[in-house]
Design a protein around this ligand. Structure first.
Ligand SMILES: NC(=O)c1ccc[n+]([C@@H]2O[C@H](COP(=O)([O-])OP(=O)(O)OC[C@H]3O[C@@H](n4cnc5c(N)ncnc54)[C@H](OP(=O)(O)O)[C@@H]3O)[C@@H](O)[C@H]2O)c1
Length: 236
């Protein structure tokens, strides 16, 4: 008997922002069967149209608000300083899954990074969209998403949310991107995830590495830190 393989039915995902992260995430999700709609300030721009063409799977680009309204899942990949205006103008987000990967950071006087917010970006976004199911995940740096094997193992991406279904859906997206999702508990733990992101920049600030490190939490309790190609293993 012939075996027919059908692509898994996937949701429509709006990707708000067409920068580094939008370019890394969009084509990969389309490859996995998601319907991608880019939300852009200038959807007709050549670079956005090129991204649409590369993405395939009937991807399209429209305004940020229209993209958010046409999708069940909305991924916010705009810079933190633009976030409030963007997140407050997406229209009715009730019941939609809203994924935040932003890092609200600024340079402190000592050269290291400090948070620009008292709680977390994710909690603020939840406050601006009370009916949305906000999920915090940092995914990973865009070059790791482009090639999840680049550091020799699946990089862990924390996933925090108050809504169980939203967290599971976001975890599946993280896994579809080739990363290892790790349940990080409730949305308020976005504060810890964002703190981790500040640590990520330490090697670059100390000029000991051109890039930061990534974390892989393995089932056998090994923590693996990758520092610009050098692998440091520490047993818990
Ligand atoms: N890059 C990474 O490796 C990485 C890793 C983890 C988390 N993040 C987080 O992901 C988010 C996006 O990072 P990114 O590196 O992709 O940023 P980016 O390259 O600067 O791109 C952000 C995109 O957001 C849109 N945008 C820019 N300014 C805007 C404004 N004032 N109002 C509305 N939209 C605006 C633009 O898309 P349009 O021109 O199409 O509107 C722009 O291309 C940030 O919050 C960052 O902290 C990034």
């Amino acid at each position: 008997m012939p075996v027919f393989l059908f692509a898994m039915e996937r949701e429509t995902v709006a990707i708000i922002g067409t920068g580094d992260m939008g370019n890394s995430i969009g084509p990969k999700l389309a490859e996995k069967g998601y319907h991608v709609i880019y939300g852009s300030r200038d959807p007709a721009h050549k670079s956005v149209q090129e991204l649409v063409a590369i993405t395939g799977n009937n991807a399209r680009a429209t305004s940020q608000k229209e993209a958010a309204q046409q999708a069940e899942i909305v991924v916010l990949v705009v810079p933190w300083p633009a976030m409030q205006e963007v997140a407050q103008n997406l229209g009715n987000m009730d019941g939609k899954i809203l994924i935040d990967v932003s890092i609200p950071i600024q340079q402190a006087e000592d050269g290291y990074l400090e948070s620009m917010v008292e709680t977390s970006s994710a909690q603020l976004i939840q406050g601006w969209n009370p009916g949305a199911k906000v999920v915090k995940t940092l995914l990973a740096s865009s070059n790791v998403i482009d090639d999840p094997t680049i550091l020799g193992g699946r990089v862990t991406s924390f996933v925090a949310a108050d809504d169980r279904n939203a967290k599971e859906t976001a975890a599946r997206i993280v896994a579809d991107l080739g990363l290892q999702p790790l349940d990080a508990g409730p949305l308020r733990h976005a504060q810890e995830i964002e703190a981790w992101a500040r640590l990520w920049f330490v090697p670059a600030i100390q000029k000991s590495a051109s890039k930061g490190f990534e974390l892989a939490v393995l089932p056998n309790n090994l923590l693996v830190l990758h520092v610009a190609g050098r692998v440091v293993r520490a047993r818990r």
